[in-house]
Ligand binder design. Structure first.
Ligand SMILES: C[S@@+](CC[C@H](N)C(=O)[O-])C[C@H]1O[C@@H](n2cnc3c(N)ncnc32)[C@H](O)[C@@H]1O
Length: 223
């Protein structure tokens, strides 16, 4: 019988009407999320109001190329809420978590310590060449830095660290770029910028009602 609890994406479950991932660190919560039992496994319910990735999936994202052995670069890891759910999925992979705020890094460190597939990097994502020696090429880049130059930061890291066949996900926060312009106009201009610089947008979803004025774009090299 088909397992109705598995989502179409690898390692993601639908339980009690919520998204969930299987806890890599049983008994431990990262951000106060609910733990539930499913077929002898402990799962963590994934809150779309705390994680834009969960919001994007619930809003109908079609492209999420993360597999059990994926290598991932995560920009703006904060206290590890979303990175920890990705860590639950990539059991044979690795997630490099870039965060430049020491206060957030202090919260991220215990999460990384308890999970062998999470590596914390106290670095500025706007200076990607600074962590060249600590990194390898990756299959997927996730960027959620909420900065005025968030698209440039994403593109610079894509050029330096993404494998040719890889993909990246950019969470655009319109108000971080320009509070005065309409979000739709900001989204259009950022998408044009990506195209001008040799990237193709292969998927997009808006994150309302979970996040206001945010759009998720999935991109790859246009070659
Ligand atoms: C919206 S929060 C990210 C939330 C996180 N992605 C999650 O879902 O769990 C943005 C984070 O990006 C970090 N950040 C902003 N600019 C950065 C930069 N240039 N380099 C590294 N981290 C940055 C901030 O300190 C903040 O923790």
């Amino acid at each position: 019988m088909e397992d109705k609890s598995l989502h179409k994406f690898t390692g993601i479950y639908e339980l009690e009407g919520h998204l969930a991932t299987c806890n890599l660190n049983p008994g431990v919560r990262v951000y106060g999320e609910k733990l539930v039992e499913y077929e002898g496994l402990e799962c963590r319910l994934w809150d779309p109001r705390r994680s834009k990735l969960a919001a994007a999936i619930l809003k109908g994202l079609e492209t999420f190329p993360v597999e059990v052995n994926s290598k991932i670069l995560y920009l703006g890891a904060s206290a590890g809420t979303t990175p920890s759910h990705i860590s639950d999925i990539i059991l044979d992979g690795m997630i490099y978590c870039v965060e430049f705020a020491p206060r957030m890094m202090r919260e991220l460190l215990p999460v990384c310590r308890a999970r062998e597939n999470m590596i914390p990097l106290l670095e500025d994502a706007g200076k990607p060449q600074n962590y060249l020696k600590l990194m390898e090429k990756v299959d997927f880049i996730y960027s959620d830095v909420a900065q005025p130059n968030q698209t440039e930061i994403f593109m610079d890291n894509m050029r330096l660290y993404l494998k040719d066949e890889g993909q990246g996900m950019l969470m655009i926060k319109a108000r971080s770029i320009d509070v005065a312009r309409k979000p739709r106009q900001v989204f259009r201009e950022e998408a044009s910028k990506l195209k001008e610089h040799g990237f193709r947008v292969v998927d997009k979803v808006d994150l309302e009602p979970y996040e206001k004025d945010h759009r998720c774009l999935v991109c790859e090299f246009a070659f």
